[in-house]
Design a protein around this ligand. Structure first.
Ligand code: DGL
Length: 290
């Protein structure tokens, strides 16, 4: 207990409400919204900043070194501006290379998003599992190590799609691509052989769950689709605790930050609003050539 002599007021810190944390959710684009929605559901009391490095999108085409440098630069700016108590890197392409660098450089805790290979292997009955990701993510040592460690007993089909993240952005911008174009990217996920056929697809780019209802319709046969977002939200609660009682979520406080903002169409703004992000701001950070 402390006494404020000037005001003559008695404060009891135990009775003071716990502070409401600020959580920064970061991706190269809108894919991280699939993670944001789950984290928002888990901690509706928190203040949220959703940051899309759309000036750097897509990260899937950048070298490892370029992704590491870019994410650190953008993170420096965002942490300086918003002072979050936790950062969710809602991007597999970034998380599979940049997390150790971020943890070494910034004191704030980081929660990453990496291919859900362990749950995929556990969910498969046929032992035929597909990991659908960006070409960069499927090429990462990190991903290959996960396969070796957790799915050694499975046949793992690594599919790197160059176009799907862009298709998901187009879907959000109100300009969905055709079924034919989508199916061309999806088809390599489905393998039928003598020993069985694919029964699990791990969605290992956060953009892909934005297209899930279309994937379900177009899939040549039903499979279990694994979206890591609920597991990430559980990890956030594990680190930050349950919602602070008595704090109402205030949607108006949630901000979406873009580093370019050039693709912000009216349907996209509506989609952001519908997902709890009514405020949009541009923090211009052009991508330098590496
Ligand atoms: N959303 C990102 C991921 O989870 C990828 C999109 C991109 O290529 O930037 O991997």
């Amino acid at each position: 207990m402390q006494v404020d002599l000037l005001a003559g007021t008695v404060y009891n810190p135990a009775a003071m409400p716990a502070p409401v944390p600020t959580i920064l959710v970061f991706d190269s684009g809108l894919g991280g919204l699939t993670v944001f929605s789950e984290v928002l559901r888990a901690r509706p009391d928190a203040r949220f900043v959703y940051a899309a490095d759309d000036a750097g999108f897509p990260y899937g085409r950048l070298s490892e070194e370029a992704v590491v440098a870019r994410v650190q630069t953008v993170m420096e700016r965002l942490i300086g501006l918003y002072d979050p108590q936790l950062v969710v890197v809602a991007c597999n392409t970034a998380s599979t290379v940049v997390l150790p660098h971020l943890r070494a450089r910034f004191p704030v805790p980081f929660v990453g998003t990496v291919p859900a290979i362990k749950p995929a292997a556990l969910a498969s009955r046929t032992g035929h599992v597909t990991v659908l990701a960006t070409p960069a993510t499927v090429a990462r040592d990190y991903t290959r190590d996960l396969v070796e460690t957790y799915a050694g007993h499975c046949k793992v089909n690594l599919v790197g799609s160059r176009r799907l993240a862009g298709f998901a952005e187009a879907e959000m911008a109100g300009t969905p691509v055709s079924d034919e174009e989508l199916l061309a990217e999806l088809q390599p996920c489905f393998i039928a052989g003598e020993s069985g056929r694919t029964d699990v697809v791990a969605l290992s780019c956060t953009h892909y769950p934005l297209l899930l209802s279309r994937f379900r319709t177009l899939a040549p046969w039903p499979v279990t689709w694994i979206d890591p977002a609920p597991a990430i939200a559980r990890r956030v609660v594990h680190l930050m605790g349950e919602p602070v009682p008595g704090h109402e979520g205030d949607d108006d406080e949630a901000i979406a930050v873009f580093t370019a903002g050039t693709g912000l169409s009216a349907p996209m703004r509506t989609a952001l609003q519908d997902r709890g992000l009514p405020q949009v701001t541009i923090e211009a950070m052009p991508l330098m050539t590496f």
